[in-house]
Design a protein around this ligand. Structure first.
Ligand SMILES: Cc1cc2nc3c(=O)[nH]c(=O)nc-3n(C[C@H](O)[C@H](O)[C@H](O)COP(=O)(O)O)c2cc1C
Ligand code: SF4
Length: 510
């Protein structure tokens, strides 16, 4: 890496340490690093946590929190003297409506243990099980050798758990096959999809499985440096990971160099190439693909990027075999961490066969609260489905077949007390707020479609939604990343499945 690149990689961390992108900080960091002030302004102001005027109490405005009373929570916090700001999903949907303090820790009332599957040693991740720092899977991986390790991952049928469901072993083979001897492994722990909080819980409960999965991946693809990009709001999780890494690298994982990289409050940095840009100290704007990160990733080098859950499955696959892992699923391979929140009795994380139905998932979570109306199977990006789909397998293929997606498996259920049109507005607000703005169809479309929907809610006139289908098509066709491609789905899917809820309605009272 050249000197300028090295300096540039420091600027976001320096801004965060010094309290954000203020005039004084930008000038001082420019003098220190040689990076132009304009570049530092541009990068810093991209990130929600760097452009804020001082730390605040952040009140989540994600779907689950809004449906369960975030507005009332905010009013109560303001009345109690908190300096509040809204935030996109905080990854605390199990304790919704959630808020975090200026120190980025959950407020005391929100600091409750998450409901989890009971301890079961048959489960690959087994969140409720005992922690182990034996690193036996890493030892076995070394005995097997890289090719056999990748063959085991292939046999497991492991699909990436970050959203796209791409076969993991293909990426491992791709990175391993690159001519460049410098390769990186990156863990995507930027979890920010509304409804999703599983990676948080892997880090809290089984950090060693993540650390071991990373080391096995690095061993298999020939990397030494491992980066973990963790969202800033997971401060407690950062400390847990740092501790697990320190112990592991003082022992069996001594040959690896782990680097923690902090996010700064931008959902789009979960997109893998935006994440790489952010690691390089830039605005988190997705790159055009190809080239894929396996060929040209971090610092232009071959890079293996995986989600936390994907990596945490790897030790089990190596220790107990890929075929065993595969057999845990139904139509698709493996067990899966499902998040469930909203109108259910015990919102939490349940590790179940990949392909369970919503009814099975909700049964694990203690049942529905009230009469369920609608669900979102995999985060905001998956749109809404009617309860007639409650028996559909929650897997990648079965949900894609109905125009939805498993995504990050952040399922949210709303019962018949919810106003679906209002729920759509919350999801559209999220995408407008989180668009990085580089593609016109996404930048303009997310704003337009959100505006049209608010106009409909205000006026009660369905004509406000007349051009939605055309704009949604433009967005899907003209956007370079998944955000713009699916940002209209909360509205188009809701209209498709619940046309009766988008007819004339009483105009909103001033
Ligand atoms: C808008 C957007 C946001 C994303 N956010 C995340 C995220 O928070 N965490 C994650 O692991 N993957 C996220 N992804 C998927 C990543 O781009 C990438 O596919 C994933 O990290 C690869 O890991 P996997 O193979 O283990 O799934 C996102 C994708 C898009 C388009
Ligand atoms: S689709 Fe939207 S979020 Fe994705 S790169 Fe384009 S403008 Fe950015």
């Amino acid at each position: 890496m050249d000197f300028r690149g090295a300096q540039r990689e420091r600027i976001l961390a320096l801004l965060a340490e010094r309290g954000g992108a203020t005039e004084g900080n930008v000038r001082a960091i420019s003098a220190e690093t040689g990076v132009a002030e304009a570049d530092i302004w541009g990068a810093g102001h991209f990130y929600g946590l760097l452009r804020q005027d001082g730390p605040k109490t952040l009140v989540c405005d994600g779907l689950t929190c809004m449906a369960l009373g975030a507005e009332d929570r905010k009013a109560a916090l303001l009345a109690a003297g908190h300096d509040c700001a809204p935030s996109s999903c905080l990854g605390l949907c199990d304790v919704a409506p959630a808020a975090i303090g200026p120190d980025l820790a959950p407020l005391a009332a929100d600091d409750r243990p998450c409901h989890l599957s009971p301890n079961d040693p048959e489960l690959p991740i087994n969140l409720s099980g005992p922690r182990s720092a034996a690193y036996a899977a890493f030892a076995r991986a070394k005995d097997l050798g890289p090719d056999a390790v990748i063959a085991e991952v292939a046999a497991s049928g492991l699909q990436g758990r970050g959203g796209a469901g791409f076969a993991a072993h293909i990426k491992w083979t791709g990175v391993r096959g690159q001519a460049d001897p410098v390769r990186y492994v990156v863990c995507n722990a930027d979890e920010g999809e509304p409804g999703t909080f599983k990676d948080r819980e892997v880090i809290r409960q089984q950090p060693e499985k993540l650390v071991e999965g990373l080391a096995i991946a690095a061993w298999a693809v020939g990397a030494r440096d491992i980066y973990i990009y963790l969202r800033a709001e997971f401060e407690r999780e950062r400390r847990i990971l740092v501790d697990a890494i320190a112990k592991a690298t003082a022992g069996p994982l001594g040959g690896y160099v782990f680097h923690m990289v902090r996010g700064h409050g931008a959902y789009i940095c979960g997109e893998e190439t935006a994440l790489l840009e952010s690691m390089e100290g830039k605005r988190g704007m997705p790159r055009l693909k190809p080239p894929f990160p396996t060929e040209r990733g971090f610092r232009g080098k071959p890079t293996l990027i995986h989600n936390v859950e994907t990596l945490a499955c790897v030790p089990d696959i190596i220790l107990r075999g890929g075929e065993r892992f595969r057999a845990l699923g139904r139509k698709e391979a493996g067990a899966k961490l499902y998040c469930i929140s909203g109108h259910v009795a015990r919102p939490g994380i349940y590790e179940l066969p990949l392909g369970v139905t919503l009814d099975e998932l909700v049964a694990a979570a203690g049942g529905y609260v009230g009469t369920p109306l609608v669900f979102s199977p995999g985060g905001a990006s998956s749109g809404f489905l009617p309860m007639s789909e409650r028996g559909r397998p929650l897997d990648f293929g079965s949900l894609a077949a109905v125009g939805s997606m498993l995504g990050s498996a952040g399922a949210v259920v709303l019962n018949d007390t919810a106003d679906l049109a209002q729920a759509v507005v919350w999801q559209l607000h999220f995408f407008e707020h989180e668009s990085c703005g580089q593609c016109a169809p996404c930048r303009i479309g997310t704003r337009w479609i959100h505006g049209a929907m608010r106009h409909y809610l205000h006026s009660g006139d369905p004509a406000a939604l007349g051009d939605v289908a055309d704009v949604a098509w433009e967005m899907a066709e003209g956007s370079i990343c998944g955000l713009g491609q699916i940002a209209a789905l909360p509205l188009t899917s809701a209209v498709q499945h619940f046309p009766e809820r988008f007819g004339p309605r009483p105009a909103a009272q001033e």
